[in-house]
Design a binder for this molecule. Structure first.
Ligand code: SAM
Length: 288
């Protein structure tokens, strides 16, 4: 009798999740990482990078909505958005939903991630790749921020892998200092900051580094089922401390104007505001 085929996520040595595989769709060793895309029994299509879950068709909406709508609606009039990483195109699609956005630049180091996402998970990005406001660059995010002119973006979204390997440079003081330089006077940056129940160091360390370049640093949470370990955090760095303190009515009005209200399955104005109120086991890593 054929036994079921399973893939175990390799993020933590002593604990993790596994997926039963319907069929493997792609397995590529790119210049940067081992990329696997497969059809799962439980979560639709899944992409792993170096054995770590990046995105699943079933729960990607949680992460994409929260890493995109929160900073753009907190800013309130974001026209120019820089996306680092996010090779699956999900963040780009949601950034372009905002009617205020005139330009979205996405810098992804691995063209193979883009190619395989287009081929095997086309629903994640939809038609974002063809939007005239979008510019997709295959390159290292650290190189891009080093040379971007001052005051060239309103929001930076870093949807990267964890700070190991190619992702590491995106969590450095140099990266945050360059991000602060290229952001406008009310600019802000958010970045994927791991699951603090298991990766507290990632949050704590990068919080201290962000604080050297941004007057207001914090984090907010999202419950992404396949980022195992409870809440994941999005690191926050803003030049304007009021941006994360809006009330529900203000965020609702902005979402209405931006064409976002009623299009989401996780984000709501209430979830947006609540996400910044951290449980003590997470807030303790942001203590000065
Ligand atoms: N949502 C996922 C998560 O939370 O882990 C991340 C999704 S996305 C696939 C992560 C992307 O970051 C990958 O495609 C990877 O190639 C890209 N990346 C890693 N380091 C990078 C760098 N230095 N510059 C640009 N992109 C980078």
């Amino acid at each position: 009798m054929a036994t079921d085929a399973w893939v175990n996520e390799s993020l933590y040595p002593a604990w993790g999740q596994r997926f039963r595989i319907k069929r493997e769709l792609a397995r590529v060793q790119s210049r940067f990482q081992d990329i696997m895309v497969f059809e799962s029994d439980s979560h639709g299509r899944v992409m792993l990078l170096d054995g770590v879950v990046q995105i699943t068709e079933r729960d990607e909406f949680v992460y994409q909505e929260m890493i995109t709508h929160v900073p753009l609606l907190a800013h309130g009039e974001a026209r120019r958005v820089l996306i680092i990483g996010a090779g699956d195109g999900g963040v780009l699609r949601r950034v372009l939903q905002h009617t205020s956005v005139e330009r979205a630049v996405m810098v992804e180091i691995d063209g193979e991630v883009i190619r395989l996402a287009k081929e095997h998970m086309p629903g994640i990005a939809g038609d974002a790749w063809n939007d005239p406001r979008a510019e997709v660059i295959v390159g290292d995010g650290i190189d891009y921020v080093r040379t971007a002119p001052p005051d060239s973006f309103d929001v930076v979204i870093v949807d990267s892998t964890d700070p190991i390997g190619v992702g590491e440079v995106l969590f450095t003081e140099e990266f945050y200092a360059n991000a602060a330089r290229l952001l406008s006077a009310r600019g802000l940056i958010v970045n994927q900051c791991g699951v603090p129940f298991m990766q507290a160091e990632e949050l704590r360390e990068t919080h201290l580094r962000r604080a050297k370049s941004f007057p207001d640093t914090w984090a907010y949470v999202a419950a992404v089922p396949t980022y195992v370990g409870g809440y994941m955090t999005l690191g926050w760095g803003a030049k304007d401390p009021t941006l994360r303190r809006h009330d529900v009515a203000t965020i609702r009005a902005r979402a209405e104007a931006a064409g976002i209200l009623g299009t989401t399955r996780y984000w709501t104005p209430e979830v947006h505001v609540a996400a910044f109120h951290l449980p003590p086991y997470i807030a303790e890593h942001l203590a000065p």
